[in-house]
Design a protein around this ligand. Structure first.
Ligand SMILES: [Zn+2]
Ligand SMILES: [Zn+2]
Length: 480
């Protein structure tokens, strides 16, 4: 990667395509952006491969005390960066000299309107000479089309920069009064990302939550009826029969699942023996852990952070999670504990979780519904399989997470944010789990697999093929 080439291309782009011309003096903020741009280009020097990720950012215009350290981070470049800035600045001035710098937008509009005025037969009424006579500041004819381009670009940019607000007050935050949300289109994000570093903080917005999957009535009954009353049904044994495992998914504002899902199995001694570990089914999209209760503990929050979150995010993210005490310890999100990544965590106020958190509002129910559908089929058809065996739990969690990562569910995930009031973009219409995976099946439909005439259980959200329980679950129909 040669930074010089990148700079050359960037100059061409700015000059020819984007018409980003300044008509004012360079401000310290603008200088700061240039500095960030320069730093970014310099980093290309060392890398062999570059990947762009689509990123949706939350822009904080008003910073709370909580964000003070971040503000310091982003504004401290003002003083120590003047040298590199001056270099960029003089280059920029040189280029702008031959472009539209020095003309106000109003002036350009006036010139273009005058030059483009047509007569009744649709022909231009005025020659370049006439235009030049009236507007002497315009040195040659080529400037007319430059002005025209600039005005058009300006309009397009205003449109695509439409800012959606979200109201952070609902999150009960004391200080951050307002968060503005930019929904980027892929093509614009490159330049916009630099804008994002401009005193504003740009990052990914995520929501994560723990979901307990309880055993169904038909399976708990057999477990809890056997002598429980005699032993006074201690809290521990009660939990053991109703709370089989916990999963923790993470979703992003742009409608994706982020990273692998965490699965916490219930193991009586709180750990997996070596023999068990060796026989464990290990799918690529599930990080497996365990506890005695099957619920997450505070040490498992760090485990989730290190194994699910950090490997899956860029340098910055905004993490929304509920007020569950184990994840409230702010040191969990310290840069030093997060591989130097910036994680800003926002906690939902207590007791309001169920309607404020995107996962709770919609996504989790979809996931649970999927799992329930599978369990019900097993129960109804009396399929001889123990769904609460470790490897079957792992398998079903892997399959549901895999199905939910199908592109068709992106709108549904975005809807979760919309429904909780955290995004103002309504993604409806969208398809949910029932519509995509479990549409009403007509009696003549059979499993897509050759020579299988079993009843259809599920329509795959990726390939739209229909599968019976055996071909979907037992044979593990997974899309990479
Ligand atoms: Zn498929
Ligand atoms: Zn089949």
């Amino acid at each position: 990667m040669n930074p010089a080439n990148i700079v050359d291309c960037l100059c061409d782009l700015v000059k020819n395509n984007l018409s980003l011309h300044s008509t004012s003096d360079i401000s310290s903020k603008e200088r700061e952006i240039a500095q960030h741009l320069c730093e970014t280009i310099v980093t290309f020097n060392k890398c062999k491969r570059v990947e762009y990720e689509e990123e949706t950012t939350l822009d904080l215009y008003e910073m709370s005390n909580d964000y003070e350290s971040e503000v310091d981070d982003t504004t401290s470049h003002d003083d120590d960066s003047s040298e590199a800035d001056d270099e960029l600045e003089s280059e920029e001035k040189e280029r702008e000299g031959c472009n539209v710098k020095g003309y106000s937008l109003e002036y350009m509009k006036e010139v273009v309107a005058y030059a483009d005025a047509k007569d009744s037969s649709g022909k231009r009424r005025r020659s370049w000479k006439t235009v030049h006579h009236k507007y002497k500041k315009v040195p040659d004819q080529a400037y007319i089309s430059r002005f025209r381009n600039y005005i058009e670009q300006q309009g397009a940019r205003e449109k695509s920069l439409m800012v959606h607000d979200i109201d952070i007050k609902r999150w009960g935050l004391k200080a951050a009064k307002e968060i503005k949300l930019d929904e980027f289109s892929a093509s614009d994000r490159w330049l916009r990302n630099f804008k994002g570093r401009h005193g504003i903080v740009s990052r990914r917005i995520l929501n994560t939550d723990q979901v307990g999957i309880e055993k169904e009535a038909h399976s708990t009954r057999t477990l809890s009826f056997g002598g429980e009353k005699k032993t006074f049904g201690t809290v521990a044994s009660k939990n053991a029969s109703t709370h089989s495992y916990t999963v923790q998914p993470t979703i992003s504002l742009d409608g994706k699942q982020v990273g692998p899902i965490l699965l916490c199995l219930q193991e009586p001694k709180g750990k997996l023996g070596e023999g068990v570990k060796n026989k464990l089914f290990k799918p690529s999209n599930v990080v497996i852990t365990c506890s005695a209760s099957g619920k997450l503990t505070s040490s498992l929050v760090a485990y989730w952070r290190d194994n699910c979150l950090l490997p899956s995010i860029g340098g910055k993210c905004l993490l929304l999670s509920d007020s569950w005490s184990a994840q409230n310890d702010m040191s969990l999100y310290d840069k030093a504990n997060c591989q130097n990544k910036h994680i800003t965590r926002i906690q939902t106020p207590q007791k309001t979780t169920s309607d404020l958190q995107p996962l709770d509002v919609y996504y989790n129910r979809q996931m649970k519904n999927f799992i329930k559908r599978i369990y019900n089929r097993v129960a109804l058809d009396e399929i001889p399989i123990h769904m609460y065996e470790r490897n079957n739990i792992i398998k079903i969690v892997s399959l549901v997470h895999n199905q939910l990562s199908a592109p068709i569910f992106r709108q549904m995930i975005r809807y979760s944010w919309y429904a909780s009031g955290l995004s103002k973009t309504d993604p409806t219409p969208f398809f949910n789990i029932n519509e995509v995976c479990f549409p009403p099946i007509t009696s003549h439909e059979e499993c897509s697999v050759d020579n299988c005439d079993d009843a259809v259980l599920i329509t795959c959200a990726f390939c739209s093929e229909k599968f019976c329980f055996h071909d979907f679950f037992v044979n593990y129909h997974f899309h990479d």
